[in-house]
Design a protein around this ligand. Sequence first.
Ligand SMILES: NC(=O)c1ccc[n+]([C@@H]2O[C@H](COP(=O)([O-])OP(=O)(O)OC[C@H]3O[C@@H](n4cnc5c(N)ncnc54)[C@H](OP(=O)(O)O)[C@@H]3O)[C@@H](O)[C@H]2O)c1
Length: 373
Amino acid sequence: MKAIGVMKADGLALSLPGFRQFSLGGLALRCGERDIPDPAFDPESPEGAGVAAVDVRTVSVNYRDRAIICQGMVSARTNAFLAFGSEFCGEVAAIGRAVTDLTVGDRVIGVFAFPEPVAEGHLPGVVSNHCSVGRLVLPACKLMRIPSAMSDEIAAAFTLNALTVTAMLRRLRLTAGERLLVLGGGSNVSLFASSAASARGMDVTVVTTSARHASALADRCGGRVIVLDDPSGGLEGCTELMADVNERGLYAGVVDPFMDVHLMQAPLVMDQGGRYVTCGMARQIDGDAVALAVDSERLAAVFYTHLMLKNLTVMGNCLGTLADQQQALREWEAGRLIVHLDHVFGSGEELEFLERGFLDPDRLGKVVYRFGT
Ligand SMILES: NC(=O)c1ccc[n+]([C@@H]2O[C@H](COP(=O)([O-])OP(=O)(O)OC[C@H]3O[C@@H](n4cnc5c(N)ncnc54)[C@H](OP(=O)(O)O)[C@@H]3O)[C@@H](O)[C@H]2O)c1
């Protein structure tokens, strides 16, 4: 089975054809494609009864995969090969004898329901952090068939953000016309959130630190885009945002993928009874910069005071429920949840795939790798 993965730069990878060097979080790594043995799977055995073998066709990477690769490679043995990625689309290649709701040839994605597992005795959350191994052997209940109109590429780019954003919008409970502020506008989470919220009729404003993405973001989110031109001043130092609030009013909801960047200042621009939801942090590996430093005086004046006086609700969010994932698929079929693809790479382009996915500031949307091309 063909797999793609990373290895330390100075060991066996030096002699593997096609393995090329790059740097991630200060680590010298090589990445490429190699043949690895298929995982063991006996559909007739008791352990294999409820299980399916899936041949991965496409895989995408996200912000969290960077951290997982770096953490894994710091402590990895010299010649260890680390496959990566939690978002995939694959074809069912074989099923255990007790599997009734999947058949060979079905195209599937993972079920990431969290914190409630999809079925008793199964772990909640992503199905694997190593989907680029090529063949996955997974409990059938952790797999979901996709609509025939959904391409393998869109499917690999769909699951994590579609689920998380559907859950976050559910928890924000905003109605059409209410004002929503989406921070970290160029992130995939925010691309999904801003276009889904616009499709539901919310009045969306997107904040980005990337001026070069402003017009593309305006096209994609269907709302206003504000460029945070001095990230060290944070939201408070952004004159355009403050002018927007003065003109149009405070925000009823905030979606923020980077709480360590924006949480302390978001209450400033939130309305009475407003709700803020976050799903992550910017600083996940060494070298990730978080520009904003908040001293304790500002913390009290801005965060504590506004939180209390405005009766705000601050929510953390991780993934979502099975019902959220099912709803996200229906929203996609109805054209109300857009998957923004940046680029699709294929065999021989493993380095370009990871560099575009993890390191390129020009990326806007999901980066996908297709096996066998
Ligand atoms: N818990 C969950 O269920 C869950 C699910 C999905 C994602 N997440 C989290 O959500 C976050 C975003 O993930 P993603 O895959 O969507 O990210 P991504 O697409 O890789 O985000 C890249 C964009 O994020 C913004 N950004 C990155 N670093 C920043 C920093 N230090 N300060 C300010 N902005 C920064 C920039 O946007 P601009 O150029 O527009 O400023 C950048 O273009 C991560 O923290 C991830 O772990 C969590």
